[in-house]
Design a protein around this ligand. Structure first.
Ligand SMILES: [Zn+2]
Ligand SMILES: [Zn+2]
Length: 240
């Protein structure tokens, strides 16, 4: 069923309440690695001249690139981001657990995860590929509704069980850019460490999708940023 057909089948009141909440998410279309400062899942990061491949502060090993994303194509959809930059997300995949537990990598800010924004400059080189990479060669837009847990009151409390379950089908699992996060245990976008503002959802990394990694027991992870301090990137996950 399309989202529009689903909304049309609801009561006029519920449909009217949900329609303004519809957002567009972008699902990555993947292809072979292009290299350079391009949009990419896993593989080798592009490193601006003079920039190091980051290491895990917990075990010291090189972190794995999970996501690399140019800001230029997404500026209109993500307020606060600046042009000409590259968002990079690195995560520790070593030790089969110790860093995950010691650094509590499910928390949005931890010592085994590095989220950073680097300038796209002339030159530069390539870091280590800790996981097989794929380039994001396009985006497939899809409309979605918030995870029912994220609906405002009293809308959330008034939903019957069937509608609750059906709503969940319209918040996409898998990797995606923007839209509504699909929560495993309920909404948990972090607050900015600098200003306390609630951070904005940027990208969802799901277990065993474009990045060959499983978060806990098939968990789902979310990258977020602060509109006022976009260099503050949070990355946390939850599993059932
Ligand atoms: Zn580590
Ligand atoms: Zn902030």
């Amino acid at each position: 069923m399309s989202l529009n057909a689903f909304l049309n089948a609801l009561s006029p009141e519920l449909s009217a309440a949900l329609r303004p909440l519809v957002r567009t998410t972008q699902i990555p279309v993947l292809g072979p690695v292009l290299g350079g400062p391009t949009d990419q899942l896993a593989g080798a990061p592009w490193l601006p001249a003079g920039t190091e491949h980051p290491a895990c502060a917990c075990c010291g090993k090189p972190l794995a690139l999970f996501l690399q994303l140019r800001t230029d194509p997404i500026l209109a959809a993500f307020p606060g981001l600046e042009a000409g930059l590259l968002v990079q997300l690195f995560y520790c995949i070593d030790g089969d657990g110790p860093c995950e537990v010691e650094a509590e990598t499910w928390e949005a800010f931890n010592t085994s995860t590095v989220g950073r924004i680097v300038p796209i400059t002339e030159g530069g080189g390539s870091g280590q590929a800790r996981l097989p990479g794929q380039s994001i060669v396009g985006w497939q837009p899809a409309h979605e509704l918030p995870d029912p847990e994220e609906l405002p009151s009293p809308l959330r409390e008034d939903l019957d069980g069937d509608t609750w379950m059906a709503l969940g089908e319209f918040c996409h699992d898998g990797d995606k850019l923007g839209g509504w996060p699909a929560w495993v245990q309920g909404p948990e976008l972090p607050s900015c460490r600098k200003c306390g503002s609630k951070m904005l959802f940027l990208f969802q990394v799901d277990s065993n999708c474009g990045v060959d990694h499983m978060f806990g027991d098939v968990g789902t992870a979310h990258l977020s940023y602060c509109e006022k301090h976009p260099e503050e990137l949070g990355f946390g996950w939850a599993c059932g």
